[in-house]
Design a binder for this molecule. Structure first.
Ligand code: RIB
Ligand code: CA
Length: 322
């Protein structure tokens, strides 16, 4: 039976690939997309999600709910210096591209309550919506089957600061609530996992270029916009932690190593804001998460390239933009 899934996303670059994975995989039943403030301008993130469903030929089929536009306490800070508009300047006619009237947080609570213990949430942006849902409804935590979060680094470097990964840094207060809430959490970290196993090299991107489908062209347009930035900070390719998170939800044995950890978040310090303290079991702390330590990176790449080889019919033409 396909996995019932909700993707909570700040849609830009690899978030788009993650949504494609949810929308196109036979193993997935993508029931909703909930939007959270993060990577780029919130309304642009919504447009990016519409364009992603459009290239999959599924525009209007998967509900998009607008969640929290900014973090719980702090001002929103973007990653537009990394992602630009998050979709490589692509656009389309957004006439009649509807979003649901129900708020994203309410939708999360309702959808898991309708099928208690069945739905997997993959959260690939700041954890604001998830923290709000768990605070608003005490049954939310137990109603969620699995919560997979792209969050933090496992005793390794950050990306937005030396100490912190972007999703946790943007809303550390929300992340702290989520890690303390009692979910069955799986963590997909930035480092070392993503940097070791989910970076696509220029050679791999050239292979994807040869595929020549609407999906592969969309992928390259969306991801190549960040390649220059990645290379400028010493990463040899495009980064794919969000699509890895959805892949792990659908194909858990992609993971080749994982451990039980106690994860907590630094929300007070300015210097180490958003640092994820991941304690690996020797410090007397009760584990609250499974942290993915290693995956089969070749298999992950094949999963993505096989998906991009599928022929789809976009619902509307794209406008190329800048
Ligand atoms: O730090 C990586 C995360 O932030 C990913 O979710 C990606 O979308 C990025 O901007
Ligand atoms: Ca993201």
């Amino acid at each position: 039976m396909p996995t019932p899934l909700i993707i909570d996303t700040d849609t830009a670059q690899d978030d788009c690939v993650a949504i494609l994975m949810g929308a196109l995989s036979d193993e997935a039943d993508l029931r909703a997309i909930t939007m959270v403030g993060g990577n780029v301008d919130f309304d642009r993130q919504v447009e990016n999600a519409h364009m992603t469903l459009n290239v999959a030929g599924r525009l209007g089929e998967i509900p998009i709910h607008l969640g929290c536009r900014r973090p719980l306490v702090r001002p929103w800070e973007s990653a537009e210096n990394v992602h630009g508009d998050g979709a490589g300047g692509l656009s389309m006619d957004f006439t009649d591209c509807a979003v649901e009237p129900e708020h994203g947080v309410q939708a999360l609570i309702r959808l898991v309550a309708e099928r208690p213990g069945e739905i997997t949430i993959v959260a690939i942006g700041p954890l604001t919506n998830i923290a709000m849902a768990s605070t608003l409804d005490p049954t939310f935590v137990q109603n969620v089957d699995r919560l997979i979060v792209m969050a933090g680094s496992n005793n390794a470097r950050g990306n937005i600061t030396a100490a912190a990964e972007f999703n946790v840094w943007v809303d550390p207060d929300a992340a702290k609530i989520v890690f303390g809430a009692g979910f069955e959490i799986t963590v997909v970290p930035w480092a070392p996992l993503t940097l070791d196993h989910a970076v696509f090299s220029r050679d791999q991107l050239a292979e994807i270029e040869k595929i020549g489908t609407p999906l592969s062209e969309f992928f390259l347009r969306v991801c190549l916009a960040t390649l220059e930035f990645d290379e400028s900070v010493g990463i040899p390719g495009t980064t794919h932690p969000d699509s890895l998170s959805v892949s792990l939800a659908l194909e858990p044995d992609l993971a080749t190593a994982a451990g039980r950890y106690h994860v907590d978040v630094e929300a007070d310090s300015e210097l180490t804001r958003g640092y994820t303290a991941m304690s690996w079991g020797v410090h007397g702390l009760e584990p609250n998460a499974t942290v993915i330590e290693s995956v089969d990176g070749d298999r992950f790449y094949r999963r993505i390239s096989d998906m991009l080889a599928r022929e789809t019919t976009p619902n509307r033409p794209f406008l190329s933009g800048s």
